[in-house]
Design a protein around this ligand. Structure first.
Ligand SMILES: Cc1cc2nc3c(=O)[nH]c(=O)nc-3n(C[C@H](O)[C@H](O)[C@H](O)COP(=O)(O)OP(=O)(O)OC[C@H]3O[C@@H](n4cnc5c(N)ncnc54)[C@H](O)[C@@H]3O)c2cc1C
Length: 428
């Protein structure tokens, strides 16, 4: 029996040439529509895991020799998969939340936890409501279980395959390969930080060439520069400022900061990084305010101060107010002598210590990036309006979430939402 392959458009019709005693007949067997997923990060992997492979031929292309490199990097600091909170509170963490709401409702944090458990990835909720793989389960094991699940569904992986754009026939072009046609193409190429993981934002130009608005990449969830006093930083670099509240332009974030030679970093700052970046677009520096004692009001601080048996201000701060050595040194650094000796001025500074931030850190060191495909370039199903049957999901779109598992949850939810949409399409 001879098998001939004839290509009509992007569908491949295989004609089986069957020999009967007196005549030749052709029995056409239509293969399934093809979905090409370009990029192999969390958004792509979840999409592939949820697509109906009885209906579609699904292939993942990634320029790296293995998928999920940034997912593994995320695992180095503790793989924070999602955040345990009611759905409304979860959605409120995203910006713009209206854009992310539909996906997050279709696949919530509890859905993610259940799905992970179904493929033998048990999780636990940490003390800060962050959700992690159960202790002892390494990030590479988590990734392998996800990849095994996807492979088991018949999804093909084309690794070491870099997408470089489209040719004149609108075929997908990869380095060293002939043009490829797909019925549906989903891009999930990530943002532009941690280039070593394969996500470098170099995908932007082919989209710009097709008239898609790609906004400049900027660091998010990143450190910001501070011009520290040399003596202060030589003693306190690497030290944490625990249980503080950071305020900026009417927004506040509780958490921790780490003092570094570059400036400040940590979850309290990451949470407001997109707001800070907006301001730094038009100014060279900006001021944040640190509440070093959020559990007490200024009045309570003053009461403690007036009732103390201690005489030295530094001792009162350490003994009566429980401020550590680094916090006291920071307070001294940003308070003139007169204010430091006056309880009204001192209490005011403890509750709102002004610190000037100069610039964000190098984009490559950022946990995530702002910018990418402008949200008005895609419809409610993430379909790129200017390129038919072509979608974009994950960090390559211009949305923001703070660290805390929200980024992965957002990517996974988009993958599920798009899979539901594609699975429901009536295709020939
Ligand atoms: C240090 C660090 C820690 C983090 N910690 C957490 C955490 O604890 N919790 C959390 O929620 N989030 C965390 N994140 C963020 C999270 O990892 C990302 O938001 C997430 O990986 C984005 O997923 P994605 O699928 O959109 O893209 P990516 O994971 O960036 O994947 C994109 C893929 O596309 C491929 N690609 C790119 N260009 C091409 C091309 N031209 N051709 C072919 N393939 C290409 C890349 O090789 C890559 O595999 C962390 C990030 C970093 C850097």
């Amino acid at each position: 029996m001879a098998v001939h392959t004839i290509v009509f458009g992007s569908h491949t019709n295989i004609l089986f040439l069957t020999k009967y005693p007196n005549k030749l007949t052709f029995e056409p067997i239509n293969t399934k529509p093809i979905i090409a997923i370009i990029g192999g990060g969390p958004a792509a992997l979840m999409l592939a895991a949820q697509l109906d492979t009885r209906k579609y031929e699904v292939a993942i292309y990634d320029r790296k020799k293995s998928v999920g490199r940034k997912f593994l990097v995320a695992g180095e600091g503790g793989l924070n998969l999602t955040y345990s909170s009611p759905t409304d509170e979860l959605i409120a963490q995203y910006s713009p939340s209206e854009f992310m709401a539909s996906s997050l409702k279709q696949f919530t944090n509890t859905d993610l936890i259940q799905w992970l458990s179904d493929i033998d990835i048990p999780t636990f909720v940490g003390s800060s409501n962050r959700v992690f793989p159960e202790q002892g389960l390494k990030p590479i094991e988590v990734l392998n279980k996800i990849v095994e699940h996807i492979s088991g569904k018949g999804v093909k992986f084309h690794l070491g395959t870099e997408w470089i754009g489209w040719n004149k026939e609108n075929e997908l072009c990869f380095n060293g390969l002939k043009g490829i046609r797909a019925d549906f193409t989903v891009f999930a190429l990530g943002g532009a930080s941690w280039k070593v993981t394969g996500s470098d934002g170099s995908w932007a130009q082919p989209f710009v060439n097709r008239g898609v608005n790609v906004l400049p990449f900027r660091a998010a969830n990143c450190a910001f520069g501070v011009n520290w006093d040399k003596k202060f930083i030589s003693t306190h670099a690497g030290k944490p400022l625990k249980n503080i509240t950071l305020s900026f332009n009417g927004h506040a974030a509780k958490g921790e900061l780490i003092i570094s030679t570059f400036g400040l970093e940590g979850n309290a700052l990451y949470a407001l990084s997109h707001k800070l970046q907006e301001t730094l677009l038009t100014t060279e520096k900006t001021t944040i305010y640190l509440d070093l004692k959020p559990t007490m009001t200024a009045t309570q601080i003053k009461e403690k101060y007036t009732k103390t048996k201690l005489s030295k201000v530094t001792d009162i701060l350490k003994e009566d107010l429980n401020l550590d050595r680094t916090t006291v040194a920071l307070l001294k650094q940003y308070t003139d002598k007169e204010t430091f000796m006056d309880i009204n001025g001192l209490a005011k500074h403890i509750k709102a210590l002004p610190i000037t931030l100069t610039k964000s850190d190098d984009i490559d060191k950022a946990i995530s990036t702002l910018g990418g495909i402008a949200l008005n370039e895609v419809d409610e199903y993430f379909q790129i309006r200017k390129i038919s049957n072509t979608y974009a999901i994950g960090e390559m779109l211009d949305w923001y979430a703070p660290t805390g598992g929200y980024l992965l949850q957002g990517c996974f939810s988009m993958g599920v939402a798009l899979a539901k949409h594609l699975n429901a399409l009536e295709v020939e």
